[in-house]
Write a protein that binds this ligand. Structure first.
Ligand SMILES: [Zn+2]
Ligand SMILES: [Zn+2]
Length: 267
């Protein structure tokens, strides 16, 4: 029996991951096209037709781009908050104003856990400029997995939810200096740096050195900016902050990529 985590893609051009046990397979966000999601799952030896459910963090297109097609194809439950669904459906209206329908929509509320097969899922509120954005923890087989990307900072409530995770997927979006001197217009820079924007390498390092319990076997750095970050800069900042907590068994740092699925983490 084991729990595994596969990050299929991570970054502003699409986010998607699979958290699974032998019985249950959850797709977290559908930021890639349906075809590309299937292709990456198959490349990892995983069968997309065996997915049990989809959970959605928020309505930004890098998290829902492939959702309508994939949901139609697989006919599996799609879980999101009511506000996320409303905002998503409004944005997806066609020229006649008709909203898309999801055949198996399930509404959850941040802070209230729910169960899919043998996986207990807890959504929690994160500070981000979307209608009702959430991160998730997943518990099964005595293992806890936490996913928190797209957040402007790490509030105390998020820190509490992320305690005692064996796998922690955390945003390490940008290097503040690279963002400051980089190509984005000032308004976009302000948005990214704001309290409802994206987590910088430094802010994540701050979390690792002061608030994190140090208990994860694997720490995955995710949602890296392609313009305002570099994988080795992000890795260095995280490894420095984790310091002596990095051992053979704890806090192995991995980098999620936009272009390639990350090798599955099995626990
Ligand atoms: Zn977002
Ligand atoms: Zn995003």
């Amino acid at each position: 029996m084991c729990v595994s985590v596969s990050v299929l893609a991570s970054g502003s051009r699409g986010n998607s991951a699979v958290v699974q046990t032998a019985r249950t397979r959850i797709l977290v966000d559908v930021g890639l096209s349906c075809r590309e999601t299937f292709r990456r799952m198959k490349a990892l030896g995983e069968d997309p037709r065996s997915l049990s459910a989809i959970v959605i963090t928020h309505e930004h297109s890098d998290h829902v781009y492939g959702l309508p097609v994939l949901a139609r194809k697989l006919k599996i439950p799609v879980f999101m908050t009511g506000a996320t669904h409303q905002t998503w459906a409004r944005a997806q209206r066609d020229e006649n104003g008709t909203r898309p329908t999801l055949d198996c929509l399930e509404i959850f509320a941040a802070g209230k856990s729910f169960q899919v097969g043998d996986i207990a899922i807890t959504p929690f509120t994160i500070p981000h400029d979307a209608a009702d954005p959430v991160g998730f923890t997943f518990r099964a087989e005595g293992v806890k997995v936490g996913i928190a990307t797209d957040l402007g900072y790490v509030p105390a409530s998020v820190r509490d939810h992320l305690r005692r995770c064996e796998v922690l997927v955390m945003e390490s979006n940008h290097d503040v200096e690279m963002l400051r001197i980089g190509p984005y217009p000032w308004s976009v820079k302000q948005r990214v740096m704001s309290r409802v924007g994206h987590l910088s390498n430094d802010a994540l390092a701050q979390f690792f050195s002061s608030d994190y319990d140090g208990e994860a076997a694997y720490v995955v750095l995710a949602h890296l900016s392609e313009h305002n970050n570099h994988p080795e800069i992000a890795r260095k900042a995280a490894e420095k902050a984790l310091g002596p907590r990095r051992t053979l068994l704890l806090n192995r740092v991995m980098l999620a990529s936009q272009t390639e699925p990350l090798e599955p983490i099995r626990l």
